[in-house]
Design a protein around this ligand. Sequence first.
Ligand SMILES: Cc1cc2nc3c(=O)[nH]c(=O)nc-3n(C[C@H](O)[C@H](O)[C@H](O)COP(=O)(O)O)c2cc1C
Length: 361
Amino acid sequence: MAEEPPGGFLTLSDLEEAASKNALEPAWAYVQGGAGEELTMKANREAFQRRTLRPRALVNVETLDLTSTLLGEKVSAPFYVSPTAYQGLLHADAELATARAASSAEILAIFSTISSRSLEDIARAAPKGPRWFQLYFQPEQATTQRLVERAEKAGYTAIVLTVDAPVFGNRDTTILGGFNVSSIPLGNGPDVFPPTHPTAIDQLYHNRSEASATWDTVDQLRTLAHLPILVKGILTSEDAQLALDHGAKGIIVSNHGGRQLDQAQASLDALPEIVETVGANAAVYLDGGIRRGSDILIALAMGAKAVGVGRPVLWALAAGGEAGVARLLSLLKEDLAIAMALTGRRTIAEVDRTLLGTPIQ
Ligand SMILES: Cc1cc2nc3c(=O)[nH]c(=O)nc-3n(C[C@H](O)[C@H](O)[C@H](O)COP(=O)(O)O)c2cc1C
């Protein structure tokens, strides 16, 4: 019998299965599920599977440099941990494990408003970061303001405002798996309004202030926050332009991992029009379906500055806690390095459009 690998899995390919053995059914259904028929969730992956790469040969790739700079902070690779709620569902150390693993690997991590541990405890677990805070608008502006102040005080260096969840998506898989959001403890305490699942139409609109948020609300946030604001959940050039007009320093192209609007476009397919609109005015990031180094290369070649990884981090947390997340980050870096070497790209700056081949029809 081979020894159990550190972190609980051997490769990027056996990670999901290793996690599934450790997670309880309701939590697993919550993590794995998308909205509706999960067409967008699948489309996120298919969009990568359709793309091809044009490798260059006989480039000296003896030395590779994967480092990048995100909003002025140096990171060891151009991918980051996407914000995901309730990490305590997957491992007792929850966000503390993720924060430690990411920080040790010099990888940026973004933490959700609806984390299992408080944003202060997360910051204390890995004081060096780098870390950004993901904000959901709260029903009272005063509570939103308190959250922003707490994040600033605790040393988070940017606010990632998620705008694709005015209401939560209709996630049948999650409901069928018996997941009940109202029973999950919230790390950020009374400053966070407990999310409800939209089982009744009146709850949809009455319990979440986000249903009434507009670009004016973003302007109000700008007056409260000293930190740069990124807008997460943009899928159109029109909204990318509005985000710039309202002062966003970064735009995250995302459909929330297919968990919000089913039949929304795959995030990779939405990327080109947004990159074209934003130009050099802000950095464009992308998440949704990133699973391998070649996915990272493709998104970067299409104009993303960096990419976010959602579910795989939760799988790694379930598989092995901090050691699991550390292993995932290291395997992803290794996979990216191999893909760079095999395409003749020595630095992230050398990843450009000429890397893209003809898509498979
Ligand atoms: C279980 C789970 C919880 C999530 N919670 C949040 C959240 O609290 N805030 C947020 O902005 N996005 C959240 N997301 C979306 C992720 O930030 C990201 O957009 C998505 O997971 C990327 O797709 P991927 O899972 O295919 O990598 C969540 C995603 C999952 C799977």
